[in-house]
Design a protein around this ligand. Sequence first.
Ligand SMILES: Cc1cc2nc3c(=O)[nH]c(=O)nc-3n(C[C@H](O)[C@H](O)[C@H](O)COP(=O)(O)OP(=O)(O)OC[C@H]3O[C@@H](n4cnc5c(N)ncnc54)[C@H](O)[C@@H]3O)c2cc1C
Length: 385
Amino acid sequence: MTIKPTGNRAIVIGGSLGGLFVGIMLRSIGWDVDIYERSERNLDSRGGGIVLQPDVIEAFQIAGISTQALGVVAHERYYLNSDGSIAQSMPMRQMLTSWNLLYGSMRRHFPSEHYHYGKYLTDVQQNGEQVTAIFADGTRDAADLLIGADGPNSTVRQHVLPRERYRYAGYVAYRGLVNENELSSDAKALFTERFVFYQFPNSHILQYVIPGDRESLVPGERRFNWVWYVNYDKTTELPSILTDKQGKHRDYSIPPGMLAPAVEQEMRSYANTVLAPPFQKLVAATQEPFVQAILDMGVPQMTFGRVALVGDAAFIPRPHTAASTAKAAANASSLADTLVKYNHNVIEALPAWEPSQLAYGRQLMASGQLMGDRSQFRYGKSREA
Ligand SMILES: Cc1cc2nc3c(=O)[nH]c(=O)nc-3n(C[C@H](O)[C@H](O)[C@H](O)COP(=O)(O)OP(=O)(O)OC[C@H]3O[C@@H](n4cnc5c(N)ncnc54)[C@H](O)[C@@H]3O)c2cc1C
């Protein structure tokens, strides 16, 4: 694919999925792009499962990234009874992938000399002609466009919309990964290549198979990925869930291997009390469960002169939509399309891009809240209904 350089340049803050989608899409229309990520190294090892949506595949195709081996197919859905028997089954083909596979695919495609680690953005300045990023190490960079793809605690958003912040939705997602060969054969037979749910009052847990270590799709080398939604009070319970094993309080998630032992133990005993037996086995076989608070956030505005917000920096839909990653891809693809339509004029293109992206973010937020509230709060806010 030959790409005609346009002479335009973008700075992307945040080198996770949202930043990489913008990077690959703007490069596909002839822009020079530099991604600045605060982490000192590749962001791997934390990733769990992601439902692969058409927007992601389309972005990969446009960028010239192979879509031949992007995930594991689930052929049907099962809903379980409390004794583990199958209450309902329905054919439904879905492709499931992992955060690591999407990140790795884009990271390998994006030129290393333009992906900068250890760069923490502290300030943004703009005039009519350019926008400048200022980093904690004292360096700066100026470009035609700056994209804030810096996630839920976005520094770019704090700069342009200082009053906007996410809110805790009232429940968390415990999550875990189990290697295919580390699960008992009966649970393995039930879960393999299926999307399986167990719903009970004020909670539900689900699982699907995703690529394994080093993105392997080989049967036997993949992983079972589970997500369990549990209600916790914001003031009396959440703070201890979000305090890691070293006693450090974290904003909204605790990564694998860092849950406080008491929190992990309580989660495991609770699983043995309330989950259907196959899910009890899945949780028991998990070596390093992790947790993420479920958040709600939506900005009233996504563009500010030469600055735009994308991905989780702008909207955090609840995970029931299975659409956060797809939304980040859609933000990036439509930005590239709009820049082309407006002959790469940033000042004209951004206001034209914004309305559809705001509408999409709002629609995902609303449907995620509806699904989540229906599952978690039908019988009040408590955990045990
Ligand atoms: C390590 C990791 C693992 C994840 N695993 C999953 C998963 O398993 N399943 C799933 O559905 N979603 C996962 N997510 C979330 C998923 O990536 C997002 O929901 C979605 O893809 C959109 O994310 P984003 O790129 O907008 O924001 P994020 O993924 O939150 O990325 C924001 C990036 O910005 C960087 N950053 C923040 N502030 C600054 C700053 N001031 N200067 C420079 N850089 C900054 C952060 O280090 C981070 O890399 C994960 C995110 C991370 C970071």
